[in-house]
Design a protein around this ligand. Structure first.
Ligand code: NAD
Length: 416
């Protein structure tokens, strides 16, 4: 089948590449010429495990190509996916300008019956708007299908190739009843809202643990063992970030408000998340008094492990908080250094290894739970640091082991 992917970001590049790997002919389109030039030169603009090899293989075998020219690809395709960004708008609602603009361009380029599939995360009713925009630009027959994407950055290729579920919403008579587009659109937001709610719920429980002297690790295990609840997304930490949860929660609140519903539960989820992002800096101020002039090391700037994505990353809030209080910051991230440099410039220093970041540091802030941070050489760390103080934002280390070794340890919800 001939497929066009409009939007070659995290979702479009992964989806397009995986479709090509399944034997389809795929053209990935983007308006960002730099990105397309890089891809045509064999460079992958994002860090995603397993993606680079897959892109190279499918380009070499002639099933995958990249271009900024939308019309020829769309005109030759049976299926066109929209996978452009839907960032947060000015009032928290989803900004649909890229979706509607690509719909207009797709409409102008249609040559025969084509299935248009919306993969971007979009508010309820967007499939209808996309249909109207395309209908205004063509006389060719087409259908619009909603097919929200559930892949996770860091595990995107595996998630895409072996998803838990594929949600498809359509009113097409050709497809007969599957799910309607509005239900499909809402399913995506409801899923992210539920996961974010679990995280904030655990973060509130963690706060309570600190107050009453309980250990959130035990509570989490006891809670997750209940099969009605389960273990995933019960980890306390310094808040969720990334390109999806923050904007999708806001968009769902905005959709509800347009319908006259105040989604109080989700507003509380957001408030808890904002508080969590400030937690470590507040703990540091309580411990040190003043942070002015104190060298601090940061391990991890990406919003989660195995990605270079720093959109809405808690690291941004932590680093800005430290800089705002006069601390100096040296950070290390296995994949996101380039993006961190774009963000902070020379306001912070960048270390090639986790240990380099620790030299002379008075405190370590562990922000992203990359596997390579889990079992470090603690003796070496202690020797490098000026004072052995650790603020563990992801509860990666054992408090007892570290305290026995002479570290001052602060975690989340672990009685400190
Ligand atoms: P992204 O910002 O990484 O990529 C979007 C791409 O679309 C950019 O390269 C941009 O240049 C391009 N673009 C914008 N307008 C265009 C146009 N008119 N024609 C061609 N290209 C255009 O975004 P992303 O993370 O891939 O997310 C895309 C959508 O998928 C969003 O709605 C997001 O919420 C959703 N989603 C993302 C994830 C994720 O983990 N990143 C997971 C599931 C769903």
């Amino acid at each position: 089948m001939k497929i066009t992917m409009v939007g070659t970001g995290y979702v479009g590049l992964v989806a397009g590449t995986c479709f090509a790997d399944s034997g389809h002919d795929v053209v990935c389109i983007d308006i960002d010429r730099t990105k397309i030039d890089a891809l045509n030169a064999g460079q992958i603009p994002i860090y995603e495990p397993g993606l680079e090899e897959l892109v190279h293989k499918n380009v070499k075998e002639g099933r995958l190509s990249f271009t900024t020219e939308l019309a020829p690809a769309v005109g030759a395709s049976q299926v066109v996916f929209i996978a452009v960004g839907t960032p947060e708008g000015e009032t928290g609602d989803a900004d649909l300008q890229h979706v509607l603009e690509s719909a207009r361009q797709i409409g102008q380029a249609l040559r025969h019956y084509t299935l248009i599939v919306d993969k971007s995360t979009v508010p309820v009713g967007t499939a209808d708007r996309v249909r109207e925009v395309i209908a205004g630009a063509t006389r060719v027959e087409f259908d619009v299908v909603s097919n929200p994407e559930f892949l996770k950055e860091g595990a995107a290729v595996g998630d895409f190739l072996k998803p838990d579920r594929v949600v498809i919403g359509t009113t097409s008579e050709r497809a007969r009843r599957i799910m309607d587009p509005r239900s499909a659109e809402l399913t995506k937001y409801a899923a992210n809202a539920m996961l974010a709610t679990r995280i904030s719920f655990m973060n509130d429980i963690a706060l309570l643990c600190e107050k009453v002297g309980a250990d959130v690790d035990f509570v989490r295990k006891g809670l997750g063992a209940d099969r009605r609840i389960g273990y995933p997304f019960l980890f306390p930490g310094i808040g969720y970030g990334g390109s999806c949860f923050p904007k999708d929660i806001k968009a769902l609140i905005a959709t509800a408000r347009e319908c006259g519903i105040e989604f109080d539960l989700l507003r509380a989820v957001e408030r808890t998340n904002e508080r969590q992002k400030r937690l470590l800096v507040n703990k540091a101020v309580r411990h040190f008094g003043s942070l002015a002039g104190r060298p601090c090391a940061i391990w991890g700037t990406a919003f989660k492990p195995k990605t270079d994505d720093m959109r809405e990353a808690p690291a941004i809030e932590v680093i800005e908080g430290l800089l705002g209080k006069g601390a100096s910051v040296c950070c290390h991230d296995p994949a996101a250094e380039e993006i961190a440099r774009r963000h902070f410039g020379d306001r912070v220093r960048y270390a090639d290894t986790p240990y380099d970041a620790l030299e002379g540091a008075e405190a370590l802030f562990l922000i992203t739970e990359w596997n390579q941070f889990r079992y470090p050489d603690f003796d070496r760390m202690k020797a490098l640091m000026k004072t052995p103080v650790i603020f563990d934002g992801r509860n990666v280390f054992s408090p007892t082991v570290l305290r026995d070794m002479g570290f001052v340890y602060f975690g989340i919800g672990r009685g400190s």
